[in-house]
Design a protein around this ligand. Structure first.
Ligand code: C2E
Ligand code: CA
Ligand code: CA
Length: 514
């Protein structure tokens, strides 16, 4: 931490304190010499005079000492406040929180009464902060803190342990209901949009939990483990939470390996794109291909995108990787049939980059792809981070003639009002609804509702993850005619796709079930 100087103990203040006690003692001494050593004063004997003098000198010295110690105390208090409390929020700062965890660990190992450490992190806070500006970022953190205080029991201790990271120390006996229901409620409440002075800001959270003494009592280890649980929660999606378990240590090693290897892999050219067809059921025609990144490591083989994309997002590697995907997909499009478009996944981090639209424009110019042949797949969460900015970006893309599909539709944001403000061309029904459509009636109802919604909004619809004939039949019956899934073709390298504008006879048979 930077050295701090106590504003109340200025050089002038110090000079006045020292000078006044010094001069005071000196004057008292002279006065005593003059009066106390004479014949006495106003009937007071010389002996008594000396005693009074000695008492006054002692008082002056005591005053000086008191002032000195008051200064020391005040300085110590000042340094304590500077180092223990976070300036922006007034919450405990990280070093103080480590101390509190150590104290809690002592208590819990003595009493055996469990104590939880809940690590709450605002996803991609740095990017949010860059996008909305630091003063709005500070306002967001203050509003977040205020709500967090209201959401946790009074006896819980809260600390701010990172820019967008908070830790809550919560005794088991303070948890109302089950820990699970408490955490779910906490996440729901904390993810409600924040009203800032300029706009409404949404955030997504990841939460990691450790229990003391079960998961350890060393405060540094406890914080590391809560962070491992948090990373695990983040990898499994928006607004998720995880409780630490030992396996996470091994996962962390794998993550660290990926983090260190991503850059080398990119330079070495390990990445490739596979393409998965999107099929129009009534005609059996392939209308487009989704580009899906593949990482083949020379020693470890295939590494799934879900393992490395979130890490690339956190480390910033998604910038160059995403740009490479876009460029490669746009230039590969010339090997695909003319009437097929190519759909490119855009990470939320990429979507919110300052010059995202500029990058898309440059890529289109350099590859010569027609805008009608490019589709961008963007998730709801990406658009929700900053609605105003997202609306502007979507409008600019629409003006350029590029269609945007809302990926994983139905899994993210519950408030659908954004659909009215945003310019997009397609809803992509998430695989989780499709996979249950033939077994679970409510999934069928959701699919029909989404189809109805797309019609009302005048946008297209596609379903992903279609694996069985009965799913295809039910989707078509619900009004969703464009589909993608293993039933019609797995993602495959471009060379197997060239000129492949129509589905195989088998696929056509499946497509024309009706
Ligand atoms: P996504 O965008 O939802 O992509 C669909 C995923 O479902 C792909 O997984 C695809 O292989 C898989 N899939 C397709 N049909 C079926 C099916 O019938 N059944 C099942 N079980 N799965 C099916 P993949 O390729 O592993 O990609 C996973 C995720 O990684 C993607 O989900 C996307 O979010 C991300 N991703 C992939 N490529 C890129 C990329 O180039 N850029 C970015 N930003 N993200 C990417
Ligand atoms: Ca996608
Ligand atoms: Ca999806």
């Amino acid at each position: 931490m930077a050295a701090v100087s106590n504003p109340k103990r200025t050089p002038v203040f110090r000079f006045l304190t020292i000078a006044s006690s010094g001069i005071g003692s000196f004057v008292l001494g002279i006065w005593g010499l003059k009066l106390g050593l004479g014949d006495g004063f106003a009937g007071i004997s010389a002996g008594m005079m000396v005693a009074i003098m000695a008492a006054l000198c002692a008082l002056a010295a005591a005053g000086a000492a008191m002032s000195f110690f008051a200064g020391v105390d005040e300085s110590a208090d000042f340094v304590f406040k500077e180092t223990h409390f976070d300036k922006l929020t007034g919450l405990l700062a990280r070093p103080a929180m480590v101390g509190k965890i150590a104290e809690a660990a002592c208590t819990t190992s003595r009493t055996g009464e469990p104590m939880f450490l809940i690590d709450i992190d605002i996803d991609r806070f740095k990017q949010v902060n860059d996008a909305i500006g630091y003063s709005q970022g500070d306002e967001l953190i203050r509003a977040f803190t205020k709500r967090l205080k209201a959401c946790v029991p009074q006896r819980a201790l809260i600390g701010r342990i990172g820019a967008g990271e908070f830790a809550v120390l919560l005794p088991d006996n303070q948890v109302q209901g089950t820990l699970e229901s408490f955490i779910e409620r906490l996440i729901d409440e904390m993810m409600e949009p924040y009203e800032l002075s300029t706009h409404m800001q949404s955030v997504s959270l990841s939460v990691g939990i450790v229990a003391m003494p079960k998961d350890g009592i060393d405060p540094i280890l406890i914080l590391r483990r809560s962070n491992l649980a948090l990373q695990n929660a983040r990898a499994s999606g928006v607004g998720n939470w995880s409780v630490f378990h030992a396996e996470m240590g091994r996962v962390a090693d794998h993550r660290q390996w990926i983090e260190s290897e991503l850059h080398i892999a990119f330079e070495r050219g390990d990445f490739d794109l596979h393409y998965q067809p999107q099929l129009d059921l009534p005609t059996g025609r392939i209308v487009g291909y989704e580009a899906l990144i593949r990482w083949r490591h020379p020693e470890r083989g295939m590494i799934p995108p879900m393992d490395f994309i979130p890490i690339a997002e956190e480390t910033g590697m998604i910038g160059p990787i995403g740009e490479w995907v876009l460029r490669k997909a746009c230039s590969d499009a010339r090997h695909l049939p003319d009437d097929c478009f190519v759909a490119v996944n855009i990470s939320p981090v990429q979507f919110m980059t300052k010059d995202f639209v500029g990058i898309v424009r440059d890529t289109m110019t350099s590859t010569g792809i027609k805008p009608s042949r490019l589709e961008l797949e963007v998730t709801e969460t990406a658009m929700m981070q900053d609605r105003d900015r997202a609306a502007t970006i979507l409008k600019q893309l629409a003006d350029m003639g590029i269609s945007v599909a809302v990926d994983d539709f139905g899994t993210g944001y519950s408030n659908l009002s954004y659909l009215i403000d945003f310019s997009f061309g397609k809803l992509k029904i998430d695989r989780s609804f499709v996979s249950r459509i033939d077994t679970d009636t409510s999934s069928g109802a959701v699919v029909s509702t989404i189809v109805g919604l797309s019609r009302a909004l005048g946008v297209s619809i596609i379903a992903e993850g279609v694996e069985t004939e009965s799913q295809a039949t039910l989707l078509r019956a619900a009004g969703c005619e464009v589909v993608q899934g293993y039933l019609f073709g797995r993602p495959a390298p471009l060379k197997f796709r060239a000129g492949d504008g129509y589905a195989t006879d088998e696929v056509r048979r499946v497509a024309n079930l009706h």
